[in-house]
Design a protein around this ligand. Sequence first.
Ligand code: MN3
Length: 206
Amino acid sequence: MLQPDILESMFTLPELPFATNALEPFIDTQTMEIHHGKHHAAYVKNLNDALPDVSDSDLLKTLRNLSDLPELIRNKVKNNGGGHYNHSLFWQMLCPAVDSKITEGKLLSAINSTFGNLDGFKEKFAAAALGRFGSGWVWLVANDQQQIAITDTPNQDLPEGTPILGLDVWEHAYYLKYQNRRPEYVEGWWNVVNWKKVEANFSGSV
Ligand code: MN3
């Protein structure tokens, strides 16, 4: 499974790889400021409160072995650790619209053979995003044979397999701009998918 690009001696809020206004008009500046600077920052703070002696390099191992933790902090670590992990991946999977392209390569071949074509994949992914009741994530995951599949998780739960593309469908990710119109958020989000990073995630999944 991939590690987000975070390697510090405690849990640390990673910098965004782009300016907060870089995803306009698809994801608005204020949403990015609050989503990263408040929501993600709160997950990091709460996680440090719960696990003061653990660092980012052990985040995934910690999340995969929650039963090793005292019951008193298990849910706090699951929710805030999952939030930290998922958002650290999510920012990397976004980029300005001008850089969002997928025209060839192994990932596109896998998408074509699994879902027919890119539009077929987008349709099924969007359906999963709209079908996720309440808060959660939709994922494209790969197993170690590089077979890909769409899955979704509630809250901040991690998916099985290697997440190569993820979409945050919590209302905090879109409500300021799109209000209740989750389909429009998903439609807009396709314009700012960092396919280069998604392809690298796919290559790294074996
Ligand atoms: Mn979020």
